[in-house]
Design a protein around this ligand. Structure first.
Ligand code: PLP
Length: 359
């Protein structure tokens, strides 16, 4: 009997370390905030923004609401948002939920991020923003995208849910765009079980967002239409306990990726990330020749109790609740034959070998 290997496993810090933070909650009696975050939430915000070297950083309930807040705080309440179909469904659904229309543009074959060469053809008088994704922790062509946005007066919102810890051209990958959003959901590289964050270029946008997530309150005054988008203190306590292990998390994942690299050398197609990128090792995607070979590998894996995932499949151009058809052949092709390999802290070299043996 062998252990099951899943695509991921949430990192759990030693329980005593989590409880040491929880004890602080019991001491202050503050479980959450109303118009400002609680003390642990504030401490986590300080530590994360200093780690990422970004200003105007704030934690919110999750990565999906972070994207919705970004649209709201930038004043985008209608019109078209150019985005990628090769991502998790939340990127697209947040646009729809904010009553805007997602307009899909195809991805680059090398690193699966939005292809800047195809953006301008999709711009119409209704276009308000571009929402690219640093998918798997690889960097979008941020300079080319910003140039297009400036030329056409568009906002840029990066879904940076995968980008925590990636550094591009000497800066955190989360520091680009008008707003950059993170997810701290349990399977992400840094997590708070559920959580997310927004990083805003402008202080004014940051402040609008801060009020919006606290019911539209400024102190006790009602200043704008808000919602409840804040994180409570137990999530922050878990986040602090996880963050204490951040170096170990990055190192462990880097090592596992190096073992994969060694075992899969010249056997599978791999993405080609940018030269200027320090990668966070958030994911280890591989490409099969075609979907048939992928499905055959899944058969072998599942028989051996190994459960990688088809990230991302299908291409979101296929979402059943979208009426308009978009032609994004690269995204469609990549989604049909890409697999995200198991990768988590605690995975052993033997586990990696077991996974690779079936390819
Ligand atoms: C995880 C994820 C989200 C959603 O984040 P939640 O915190 O789960 O709401 C959004 N976009 C991408 C690319 C993601 O991977």
């Amino acid at each position: 009997m062998t252990d099951k290997i899943f695509v991921t496993r949430p990192f759990l810090p030693p329980v005593e370390e989590y409880l040491a933070y929880v004890k602080k909650i019991y001491e202050t009696g503050i479980l959450t905030g109303q118009a400002v975050s609680g003390p642990l939430g504030q401490e986590l915000e300080r530590r994360l923004s200093s780690f990422l070297k970004v200003e105007n950083f704030q934690i919110v309930t999750n990565g999906t609401i972070a994207l919705q807040f970004a649209l709201k705080a930038l004043g985008i309440e209608s019109g078209e948002v150019i985005t990628t179909p090769f991502t998790y469904v939340a990127t697209t659904s947040s646009i729809l939920w904010e009553r805007c229309k997602p307009v899909f543009v195809d991805i680059e074959p090398d690193n699966f991020t939005l292809d800047p060469a195809k953006i301008e053809a999709a711009i119409t008088p209704e276009t308000k923003a571009i929402m690219p994704v640093h998918v798997f922790g690889y960097a979008c062509d941020v300079d080319a995208i910003q140039k297009i946005a400036d030329k056409h007066g568009l906002k840029v919102i990066y879904d940076a849910a995968h980008a925590f810890g990636s550094v591009y051209k000497g800066k955190s990958l989360t520091s680009y765009g008008d707003v950059s959003t993170l997810s701290f959901q349990a399977t992400k590289i840094f997590h708070t079980a559920e959580g997310g964050a927004c990083i805003c270029r402008d202080r004014a946008v940051h402040e609008r967002l801060d009020q919006a997530k606290h019911f539209g309150l400024n102190g006790t005054e009602h200043v704008c239409l808000g919602i409840n988008g804040k994180q409570e203190e137990f999530n922050a306590a878990l986040g602090l306990a996880v963050f204490d292990h951040m170096n170990e998390i990055f190192e462990a994942r880097k090592h596992i990726c190096a073992v994969y690299d060694e075992l899969l050398k010249n056997k599978v197609q791999r993405p080609k990330p940018q030269k200027d990128l320090i990668f966070n090792h958030a994911y280890y995607p591989i490409l099969f020749e075609n979907e048939k070979e992928l499905l055959a590998a899944f058969d072998r894996w599942n028989k051996a109790d190994i459960f990688p995932r088809r990230y991302f499949h299908p291409s979101l151009t296929e979402l059943p609740y979208l009426t308009e058809k978009f032609d994004c052949p690269v995204s469609k092709d990549v989604s049909s034959r890409i697999v995200s390999m198991p990768l988590y802290v605690g995975m052993t070299d033997d586990d990696v070998e077991r996974v690779c043996k079936e390819i």
